[in-house]
Design a protein around this ligand. Structure first.
Ligand SMILES: [Zn+2]
Length: 190
């Protein structure tokens, strides 16, 4: 899949909106991204994650993969579809008292996992998930991310593959060029 095809899918499914937005942070942007909107469509999610796995093949060919692990909630659907493409099991870590933990699955020492996530901005949840795998005596094969919004800031000790790099352009309201043109920002989703 080309970047154009991927962008088109994100726009068709309402995951990627172009316009003039006031974000929750109060900053303005010309784009709004809501990954859950593309994952609403299982066939599209399946296709995107199969492409992600295709791109990871060089990293994964070095050894077997026992499963995919994702941080809940955002990563679960991506983890599930990546696991389908790899034909391995899919598990997830969940928040408990503000920290990601394994609540309902067990990681065995010596196993090898792909860590999956929908979007990374700083990559904190992916790093927490890596730490969980390592603490169990297992290993990380690679990291699979649909959209990397970190602009290179999120770096991990393992090969990382994403479908799209998309650093958002944001402005303070007073410096927003769209406001300067007289347009009014909208709250995304409303
Ligand atoms: Zn503005």
């Amino acid at each position: 899949m080309t970047e154009q095809e991927i962008l088109a899918l994100l726009q068709e499914t309402g995951a990627l909106l172009n316009g003039h937005f006031e974000l929750r942070s109060g900053l303005h942007s010309n784009r709004f991204f809501q990954c859950a909107n593309v994952l609403r469509y299982p066939r599209v999610a399946e296709r995107l994650c199969a492409e992600l796995v295709r791109r990871m093949q060089p990293e994964l060919s070095a050894g077997r993969v026992d499963g995919v692990i994702a941080p809940a909630l955002g990563g679960i659907l991506v983890g599930h579809e990546v696991a389908r493409a790899l034909n391995v099991r899919s598990i997830f870590a969940e928040k408990q008292d503000g920290k990601l933990v394994m609540r309902r699955f067990t990681i065995q020492p010596g196993e090898r996992y792909v860590v999956a996530e929908d979007v990374i901005t700083r990559g904190g949840r992916v790093q927490e998930t890596i730490d969980i795998v390592k603490a169990a005596g297992a290993d990380v094969a690679a990291i699979a991310v649909l959209v990397d919004r970190s602009a290179g800031a999120a770096r991990f000790d393992y090969p990382t593959c994403s479908l799209l790099h998309m650093a958002p352009q944001v402005w303070e309201p007073a410096a927003c060029p769209l406001c300067a043109q007289g347009s009014k920002p909208v709250h995304p989703g409303s």
